[in-house]
Design a protein around this ligand. Structure first.
Ligand SMILES: [Zn+2]
Length: 258
């Protein structure tokens, strides 16, 4: 059995000085691959550095919607250059966020479109962050309808069944994080059960959102991913081994690593 943590912020300051241990614990828990995701230019550079330093660790580069107002004028050009690196397997995280409302929505949309275009140009999938703005996200997908099926992932998905269905229809993968395991997440678990198995991915989104029963474990880390995998397996009535196999082979195929 081996897991692919498709979304981890090992570049976050919470992991400064503990990366070697965190990655060793992940391997002990059969997490053989980890995708480290950038949220700013400097954070993306750090992700690429970590991917170079560790086997089985990859990078995703981009500017997260909550940080697009802070981006310098040349930052996205640097992301474009990074996207060509061999250890970089995806573009993002990108998307839109009306919850934190940290950047004008128009600017978020503009950056989201630029990331999708870059993803299409380099032939690597894009990683979508979506919070309280499913309709905006679908509008952007619709503007790329002539490029359907789109190659990307809705990360740490929290949308409803209708949004999930639209994303699947566009060709996207759906990734679930620790929130799936929470007592109050019955609705999300019901949505998860409707996703075609060949579109499912799992992630920790660490250092945030530790899964039940380790919610007090701070920071969250890749070694805890089995709890999310077990919960997802339960929704489908399959073993955790089967869910590990399915989600890992989905990720390898999506990121062009197979
Ligand atoms: Zn993230």
């Amino acid at each position: 059995m081996n897991f692919f943590d498709t979304h981890a912020h090992l570049n976050a300051e919470q992991f400064d000085g503990s990366l070697v241990d965190v990655i060793a614990r992940a391997r002990e828990e059969s997490v053989s691959r980890i995708n480290v995701v950038g949220t700013t230019l400097s954070d993306s550079l750090r992700a690429v550095q970590i991917a170079e330093d560790f086997d089985g660790v990859y990078a995703t580069v981009g500017i997260q919607p909550n940080y697009v107002s802070d981006a310098g004028s040349g930052d996205f050009d640097s992301i474009i250059e990074l996207a060509d690196r061999p250890d970089v397997i995806a573009v993002g995280e990108t998307g839109m966020d009306r919850y934190w409302d940290r950047a004008p929505i128009e600017l978020q949309r503009e950056f989201f479109c630029k990331h999708v275009e870059l993803s299409l140009r380099v032939g690597k999938p894009f990683v979508v962050h979506m919070r309280n703005c499913g309709d905006d996200i679908v509008d952007v997908f619709n503007s790329f309808i002539d490029r359907k099926p789109l190659n990307g992932v809705m990360h740490s998905f929290t949308g409803d069944e209708c949004l999930a269905e639209k994303c699947i229809e566009f060709g996207l993968h759906i990734s679930f994080a620790g929130m799936l395991t929470y007592k109050k997440s019955d609705d999300l678990r019901r949505v998860a059960a409707t996703i075609p198995m060949d579109r499912l991915l799992i992630e920790t989104d660490c250092p945030y959102l530790s899964p039940h029963p380790h919610r007090s474990h701070r920071p969250n880390e890749p070694a805890l991913i089995r709890h999310t995998a077990a919960c997802l397996a339960e929704q489908f009535g399959v073993s955790i081994e089967k869910m590990a196999d399915v989600t890992t082979s989905n990720a390898l195929r999506l990121f062009g690593l197979d």
